[in-house]
Design a protein around this ligand. Structure first.
Ligand SMILES: [Fe+2]
Ligand SMILES: [Fe+2]
Length: 279
């Protein structure tokens, strides 16, 4: 059995063992996925500003937790980006990120409006838990799939953070004084958030991370094409167990049994969908 090291909260870039890097063990498909993930993670400050508006007037503790969360997400972007720069010197995190930012901003981040686009704070926390379930399982899968030792460590550190983020938002969800939402409403929000994964964020981050500016004229952005490429690259790391864990975490947020029929059915359906998308 492989023993997975336990990474505590609050690690810094200096704690990472950069000297472990072994260029011989870099997988090109995984490298493409890591570059794209770096851009999405590095975009965290917008999400912090948005969530602070959602929780406006709720006191300094939640604001400090959101700041800490955003710092950790940005650091995920820096760590993945630095690894990608080591693996491919043509890749520059800051340049690729500038292009991504220029072409992608979700509308609810620029409206300046208070309140959640999910209709309530509980709704917002459910959507956040869905995202953290996704990232937690994705980086666990990346850690398990990577043969390159430095990437194994970075993905392991990030996976541990993402699981803690899930817990933070899960606890925040249950601390809300707003009335609880019905099961179908919760499911609607969760499915809605999963469907947003089909939007430009993943496809365009993959494009900006993997198509150099000088190749743009020859390879123009096409959402469908790059969404498919992004899914195919990230799916190479997944095993059924990672997808099942993801589904269990989401089902728990809905208030249903993470080991019951709903989790089993959803796990099977999602695995089928993901496998088909990357085929
Ligand atoms: Fe993250
Ligand atoms: Fe996270």
């Amino acid at each position: 059995m492989t023993v997975v090291p336990v990474y505590k909260q609050g690690w810094t870039m200096d704690d990472v063992h950069w000297s472990l890097f072994d260029p011989q063990k870099v997988d090109r498909t995984l490298l493409a996925a890591v570059k794209a993930a770096a851009l999405v993670e590095y975009n965290a400050p917008d999400y912090v500003a948005y969530l602070k508006r959602v929780f406006a007037g709720e006191g300094s503790e939640i604001m400090a937790q959101l700041d800490q969360w955003g710092r950790e997400e940005s650091q995920h972007g820096r760590a993945l980006g630095r690894w990608a720069e080591m693996a491919d010197p043509a890749f520059k995190l800051e340049d690729a990120f500038a292009r991504f930012r220029k072409g992608y901003t979700p509308p609810h981040f620029t409206s300046g409006q208070d309140g959640s686009v999910r209709g309530s704070r509980r709704g917002e926390m459910i959507a956040r838990c869905v995202v953290e379930s996704g990232t937690s399982s994705y980086y666990s899968a990346m850690r398990d799939a990577a043969e390159e030792p430095l990437l194994q460590e970075i993905a392991g550190r990030i996976a541990a953070d993402e699981y803690r983020h899930y817990k933070l938002f899960y606890d925040t969800l249950h601390a809300q004084t707003e009335p609880d939402l019905g099961f179908w409403k919760k499911l609607w929000i969760a499915v809605g958030r999963v469907r947003e994964s089909d939007d430009d964020e993943l496809a365009y981050s993959y494009y900006c991370a993997n198509v150099l500016p000088e190749q743009e004229a020859l390879l123009p952005y096409n959402r469908k094409k790059y969404s498919r490429a992004a899914s195919a690259a990230s799916m190479t790391v997944y095993h059924r167990k990672h997808v099942q864990k993801l589904v269990q975490m989401v089902v728990k947020v809905l208030g249903a049994n993470p080991h019951g029929w709903l989790a089993n059915l959803a796990g099977a359906l999602l695995w089928r969908r993901l496998s088909a998308k990357s085929a």
